[in-house]
Every structure is written in C-alpha cells, then in structure tokens.
Design a protein around this ligand. Structure first.
Ligand SMILES: Nc1ncnc2c1ncn2[C@@H]1O[C@H](COP(=O)(O)OP(=O)(O)OP(=O)(O)O)[C@@H](O)[C@H]1O
Ligand code: SF4
Ligand SMILES: [Mg+2]
Length: 377
C-alpha cells in the first residue's frame, strides 16, 4: 500500500517556533458520553512544557492521567467523545488536526510508552519488526538500514544479544525486557516529546529504577521532553522538573518539583505524599491511607471534589469550588480554600481533629471510632 505523506501542516515543517514552549495545553476537556451520563474524565486542564523538560502527572487511579495523554496525542475513541480546548505543539494548533495529520506527528514528534507493554506490543510480530516498521514508514529507511538502526536501538536500551532478540516474540522476554523494547519502539523515530504512562507499574522495584534511569539517560542524550504519568509521587520525586497533581479530571496543584515537595498547599497532594512508604520508616509503620473513594465523574460532589475525603474540609468546601490560584513561588498554583501550611489550613485541620472528623483523625495518625470509619467517603 502506498504511503501517504502529509505536508506542511506537520509541526516538523519549516517555521517551527524553536524558542517557544514545546507544548501548550489550554483548558482541555475530554468528556465521554455514556448511557449512564457524561464522564468528565479531563475537565479544564492547562499547562505548558518546555523542550527537554520532564513533567510528572500524578494522581490516583481514574483521575484522568491516561485520558489526558491520549487527548493530547489524538488517540481517543472515534465516537461518543467531546474534546474541547486548545493544544499547541511547537506553536502549531494540533487540536483540530485530522487523524491523518496526527499520524505524521505520532512516532516522529510524539511517542508513547503505554501502561501495559503486553497489550501495546503486537504479540504475533517479532520485536525487531515492530521497530523497523515505524522506521520504514516514517523515515523511509530501506530494510537493511532499518534493521541496523533497530539493533542499535535495542543495544541502547540495554537489551543483551540484540541481533538474536530482534527475531524473537514479546512473550519470549521478561517484563523488564519487554518494557525496554517498548521504549525502543517509542524512541525509534526520535520524538521530541515522549508520554510515559506508568512505564514501570508491573515491574519489581529494582527493574523499575533501571527503566526510569534508562528513560532519563535517553532524554538527556536526545534533549527530549517527557510527560511521566504515575500514581506514585515517589516515582516523580527526583526525576521531573515540574509536577501536576490531578484529581477527578482537574489539575489541583502544580509546581516546580522541589517547590511542590517543600511548599505543598493542596491537602490531596499531602495525602498522596503521606501514602508513600519511606525508607526511614520501620517495617511496622502504618502508611496513612487516603480514606474514601475517588469521586463519581458523572455526578461529582458540589464544591471541592476532594471535600468528602479531605482532612481539612470546612463548610465552604462543600458549596464553593476552589479555583486554581497562584502561590508565593513562581510557577506554583493550587486549588484549595484552606491550604496546607497556612494558618487557616492548620486551624481547619485542628478543628476537624478536635471534632473527631474521621478523615482528619486518620490523616494525623489516629484511629477513627469504628462507627465513624468510612463516614467521610
Ligand atoms: N472510553 C471511555 N468511556 C467512558 N469512560 C472512560 C473511557 N476511558 C476512560 N474513561 C473514564 O475516565 C476516567 C479517567 O480514566 P484514566 O484512564 O485517564 O485514569 P488514570 O488516571 O489513567 O487511571 P489509572 O491510574 O488507573 O491508569 C475513569 O473514570 C475512566 O473510567
Ligand atoms: S480544604 Fe477544602 S478546598 Fe481545600 S482540598 Fe480540602 S475540601 Fe478542598
Ligand atoms: Mg492510566
């Protein structure tokens, strides 16, 4: 089948604004129309990403991290989806690109490592061919050139005996090796932006660290920007320039990484941080769990989405939705009426502990009365 090329509208075309941000996302909304109602999976997300930078997107399961990445890449189902807002890539508005135009962006400009390599690698195709396919399609390489490049890529992502592995199938590799192959596939055409969606979730801790180090090394060598999606604040701590925390389809706090950890304002961010096991904790230390369940995205709560679970919540939180507002440090924004570390936040938490509010008692290390457990959910 003859390959169709898209010309000029591709962001690689002449006229790229090389001095501007790589990616700008403005008030992005992705809603799914389902028989049960409208699922507001992404609900007004804005951020910018500079070239070569890493943005961590963190949040619990169902907070909209994958839908956000897929919305930017134009990888959404074709029906019953409403996507609104602006997405600019190198100054080009790609939100109104057709699927065919986006195809010229995938691989060469934006790559994606999916959550589960077993579902994204083709199980009946040799791993080498999964890499050469995109090299031949996008970069017009001949068979020999594509094979040499694929073997070099497998080598660079740490696959031993790459020439032999080239002819093997995904099921013949371990989970860590499959994830390395997935990285090689996504890097093949030299994207400037890589989405890494929970790239290490299914792997054991040592392999996780190796894969994250590999991504970091590839990023430095290629001056590539990364959007690193994870539910684990610990994963993004030392590996990102900025972090955006998502809750129920919205960004509720974003900041340069060091600022987020030293000056976090949003109680949900604090709860995520407290739920990470720390090396210095003894094995008997109980993790502070986030009580209650994430909200229903079809009928979200009135006011702040986190209010039914928040240790700091006050009456206003159940009626008025807090807007994202700037903190003292440049680039830091949060959405909360009673921010962590401020006099009003401290008083709200103290009042809730004194009143025996289960979420507040749990968050401060106490045991809520049995009859109260789950009452905050
Ligand atoms: N095609 C779809 N139709 C309806 N709802 C959808 C669809 N795809 C995703 N959703 C819903 O959108 C919400 C966000 O899903 P998403 O996959 O982005 O979460 P996530 O943050 O990536 O979670 P996880 O950490 O489990 O991967 C979820 O409530 C999910 O059920
Ligand atoms: S204090 Fe109120 S506004 Fe802030 S996160 Fe808790 S519920 Fe939301
Ligand atoms: Mg996901």
């Amino acid at each position: 089948m003859a390959r169709k090329k898209v010309v000029l509208t591709s962001p690689t075309a002449a006229g790229d604004k090389l001095d501007g941000p790589l990616l700008e996302v403005e008030d992005l909304r992705t809603h799914f129309l389902t028989p049960a109602g409208t699922v507001r999976a992404v609900d007004g997300v804005s951020f910018t990403l500079a070239r070569g930078e890493t943005l961590g997107i963190v949040g619990e399961s169902g907070s909209g991290k994958t839908v956000l990445s897929r919305s930017i890449m134009g990888l959404l189902p074709s029906r019953n989806v409403v996507r609104q807002g602006a997405i600019r890539y190198q100054g080009h508005s790609i939100s109104d690109y057709s699927q065919e135009q986006m195809r010229s962006v995938w691989g060469t400009e934006m790559g994606m490592i999916f959550q589960d390599p077993m579902t994204s690698l083709n199980p009946v195709m040799k791993i080498g061919n999964q890499i050469t396919e995109s090299l031949r399609y996008h970069l017009d390489m001949d068979k020999g050139e594509a094979r040499d490049t694929a073997i070099a890529l497998l080598t660079s992502v740490g696959i031993p005996e790459p020439a032999q592995r080239f002819g093997e199938y995904p099921h013949q590799l371990s989970g860590g090796m499959r994830q390395r192959v997935m990285i090689a596939v996504s890097l093949a055409c030299g994207p400037r932006l890589l989405f890494a969606d929970e790239p290490t979730t299914a792997l054991d801790v040592t392999v996780q660290a190796q894969i994250l180090d590999l991504l970091h090394q590839q990023q430095r060598e290629r001056h590539m920007a990364i959007i690193l999606v994870t539910h684990d604040l610990g994963v993004v701590a030392g590996r990102t320039d900025h972090i955006a925390v998502m809750y129920a389809g919205k960004v509720v706090e974003k900041a340069p990484t060091s600022v987020l950890f030293s000056e976090m304002r949003m109680p949900y961010t604090e709860a995520l941080l407290n739920s990470i096991p720390r090396l210095e904790d003894s094995s008997h230390t109980r993790l502070k769990i986030i009580g209650g369940r994430p909200p229903d995205l079809i009928n979200p709560p009135t006011g702040c989405n986190f209010s039914p679970r928040c240790p700091y919540a006050q009456p206003r939180c159940f009626t008025d939705e807090p807007p994202l507002r700037p903190a003292d440090t440049a680039g830091h924004e949060f959405a909360c009426w009673y921010p962590v570390g401020t006099p009003e936040g401290t008083k709200a938490l103290e009042d809730n502990v004194a009143a025996g509010v289960p979420a507040a008692v749990l968050a401060t290390g106490g045991e809520p009365a049995l009859a109260d457990q789950g009452a905050s959910a």
